[in-house]
Ligand binder design. Structure first.
Ligand SMILES: C[S@@+](CC[C@H](N)C(=O)[O-])C[C@H]1O[C@@H](n2cnc3c(N)ncnc32)[C@H](O)[C@@H]1O
Length: 236
């Protein structure tokens, strides 16, 4: 097992290498682990980004691109969506799925964009992998225009039974088992560990406020397993 995978803490090159490795099975695993529900969660995240036709949007840690593709449907031909990620293998899958979008290899902690550029900046299931969460959030806020939106879609740990019991069974037992069949037990034991060490929904909301956002709010869905946070960059 890769060092740190069980504790949910990996160095950036290890995270990048892990996603390069699992890129081929990533979409299938997502659909298996969530019974296809992840598409519904992405649509709700996009609702909270409040983007319409013509908007200019960035999706960081975009992976195989599903959230960016959902955003593209909202902004239409007159808008623009960039999906960025540091894993070339993940981006290669995105490029096949949506060649019409722009896919850029970039670290979410050092985005190659000027400040105040985008109408909205999103991240789906990526923030938990940032080596420095606050730096990643601050970077998302930096490139968002005043009045623009930041959205974070993430798995969170339910605290109350029966969901907390189901969650433990699903995440600690079922997901690593599926991962073994997918040929990468390390990656899919890192997944539950990385969720466990990620801040709970209330704390994440505080961190988003600390990163400079106003109107920070979150909704919990899927019985409290999925949290979608959003906030607005203040107009100064
Ligand atoms: C669980 S996947 C999520 C992919 C996609 N956003 C989705 O919703 O399915 C996490 C992604 O975050 C990327 N990632 C993690 N840390 C990153 C960083 N610092 N900069 C860029 N990408 C990062 C990984 O390469 C991986 O593609």
């Amino acid at each position: 097992m890769a060092e740190g995978s069980a504790s949910g803490t990996l160095e950036e090159p290890q995270v990048e290498a892990m996603f390069d490795r699992i890129a081929g099975v990533y979409d299938l695993m997502n659909s298996l682990m969530t019974a296809g529900l992840h598409h519904r969660w992405r649509r709700r995240a996009v609702d909270l980004a409040r983007v319409g036709p013509g908007a200019d949007v960035l999706d960081v840690a975009s992976g195989t691109g599903d959230l960016a593709i959902e955003l593209a449907a909202r902004v239409g031909a007159g808008g623009s969506v960039i999906g960025s990620d540091f894993s070339e293998q993940m981006l290669d899958r995105a490029r096949v799925k949506a060649p019409q979008l722009e896919w850029v290899q970039a670290n979410a902690l050092a985005l190659p964009y000027e400040e105040n550029r985008f109408d909205a900046v999103t991240v789906g299931f990526g923030a938990r992998n940032f080596s420095d969460l606050d730096a990643g959030l601050a970077e998302m806020v930096r490139v968002t225009r005043p009045g623009g939106r930041v959205v974070v879609l993430e798995i969170t740990t339910p605290t109350r039974p029966p969901l907390s019991t189901f969650f433990r069974l699903w995440f600690d037992r079922l997901v690593p088992l599926i991962g073994r069949f997918a040929g990468d037990p390390d990656a899919y034991s890192y997944l539950p560990s990385s969720v466990r060490r990620f801040p709970d929904a209330r704390t994440l909301a505080q961190r988003l406020s600390a990163a400079g956002l106003n109107e920070v709010a979150y909704l919990l869905t899927a019985g409290g397993i999925i949290a979608i946070h959003s906030g607005t960059k203040p107009v100064v």
